[in-house]
Design a binder for this molecule. Structure first.
Ligand SMILES: [Zn+2]
Length: 421
């Protein structure tokens, strides 16, 4: 084994191989070879003895966070216009902001800031919307790749029911999407994802073309589903042939035919939930966004009880922060509020939600989000300032999730490579 191929971290290792509890290894060694976890050892095995160790002292070593739904292009509008609900917010703020990405200089500036904030917050993998602009979307991919962040990036498609300045020509939208796919489909870390904005802004021809690309190039899909009551009513008017919102995606093969993430899933019928499970579509819970746009609260416990896979997303700019620890906290808080009104829905525990933010979302990227053997080494080193009272590793993790800041994260690894920050 060559020296450069092995990474060894020593400290208090905490992660969630399963939802129900944390695995904790105090004062142990986490060893990765060629970017993948080899094992966790209390005593360093002989063959690694002369390899340098990153000693994290009393700090924690945890998996990097996975943000399954966010809009890189809305980074500049965080916190703006959040007195609106979804459709007004799109019209008054978001479409205008995204239009600025026709300018590659503006795109570069925003996407650099976005990427640095993603890294600062300890997110190691992200599934992101860019905009309709092919050149700017390429710029986002280049910046993420250069910084070593794992990502799926979508060139947004929209050719209907939106302002003229954002409305794509259908054929041009498909051509540019295919060109973008060719450019990025073989990149090891940053890959394309099929991205119809949401059903109302896509023509049937466009949806059909995107479904074909997903199948032809074996690409995953991301979009939005059942976020807001007015949106759902609008979809029913626009697609009267579909009884339910999800069936619009389903009839164009954008609903689990390839791995699919659907953001929100707030207002879900029993039939829609069943279809999510059967098609293994991943629902992405975005608590900040649910609250900021008064959309509702995703029935997270109900989805999990019904076998639907779930991940977490920050959904900026409807969410106002790229912090996944804060997304974890709000997910737990919202589940507690829901449990007050829905007696069958037990609140979620910290280990369950930490799992969603690491291994749960990480599954979308393959073997990501855990420290089991064979997983990619995506890791954060957490060094909180001296606590007021002595804390166990698990208590340190709790305190970091609830009160930590990016300054507490003292090192970040993605695919076993240390990220300069
Ligand atoms: Zn979104």
């Amino acid at each position: 084994m060559q020296k450069g191929e092995v990474v060894i971290l020593r400290g208090n290792i905490v992660f969630t191989p399963e939802e129900k509890s944390f695995s904790v290894y105090e004062n142990s060694y986490l060893v990765a070879c060629h970017g993948r976890v080899e094992g966790i050892f209390t005593k360093l095995p002989e063959q690694y003895q002369n390899i340098s160790v990153h000693d994290c002292g009393n700090g924690l070593i945890i998996p990097g966070f996975v943000d399954l739904h966010t809009h890189a292009s809305q980074y500049g509008q965080r916190g703006l216009g959040l007195d609106y609900t979804l459709l007004d917010w799109l019209r008054e703020y978001t479409f205008k902001e995204e239009n600025k990405f026709s300018d590659p200089v503006y795109a570069t500036h925003t996407y650099q800031a976005f990427t640095e904030e993603v890294i600062a917050q300890g997110t190691t993998r992200v599934v992101a919307f860019a905009t309709i602009h092919q050149q700017s979307t390429r710029i986002l991919c280049e910046i993420l790749a250069r910084r070593g962040v794992g990502a799926y990036v979508g060139k947004v498609n929209m050719d209907d029911n939106c302002p003229s300045f954002m409305k794509e020509n259908t054929q041009k939208s498909l051509q540019e999407t295919e060109a973008f796919i060719y450019e990025w489909m073989d990149h090891p870390l940053v890959k394309p994802i099929i991205t119809p904005r949401f059903a109302p802004t896509c023509s049937r021809t466009l949806l059909e073309g995107l479904g074909k690309f997903a199948a032809q190039y074996k690409l995953p899909v991301q979009s939005h589903l059942s976020e807001n009551v007015s949106e759902i009513k609008w979809v029913q008017e626009l697609f009267p042939e579909c009884k339910e919102y999800h069936q619009v995606y389903q009839q164009y093969k954008l609903f689990g035919q390839t791995p699919t993430v659907m953001a929100h899933c707030v207002h879900m019928s029993e039939e829609a939930i069943q279809s999510m499970r059967e098609n293994q579509v991943i629902a992405v819970h975005c608590p900040d966004s649910n609250m900021n746009l008064t959309s509702g609260i995703m029935p997270l416990r109900k989805l999990l009880n019904n076998g639907v896979k779930v991940g977490l997303g920050t959904d900026i700019g409807a969410g106002h922060s790229l912090s996944m620890p804060q997304t974890i906290v709000k997910t737990i808080q919202l589940s507690k509020i829901r449990s007050l009104f829905e007696k069958k829905e037990e609140p979620l525990t910290l280990s369950e939600v930490f799992y969603l933010a690491t291994k749960g979302g990480g599954n979308f990227f393959g073997r990501v989000g855990s420290f089991e053997r064979g997983y990619w080494l995506d890791a954060l080193v957490i060094s909180q300032e001296a606590a007021v009272t002595p804390l166990s590793p698990l208590e340190k993790l709790q305190q970091f999730i609830y009160t930590g800041t990016p300054a507490c994260i003292t090192a970040r690894y993605i695919n076993g490579k240390k990220i300069n920050f």
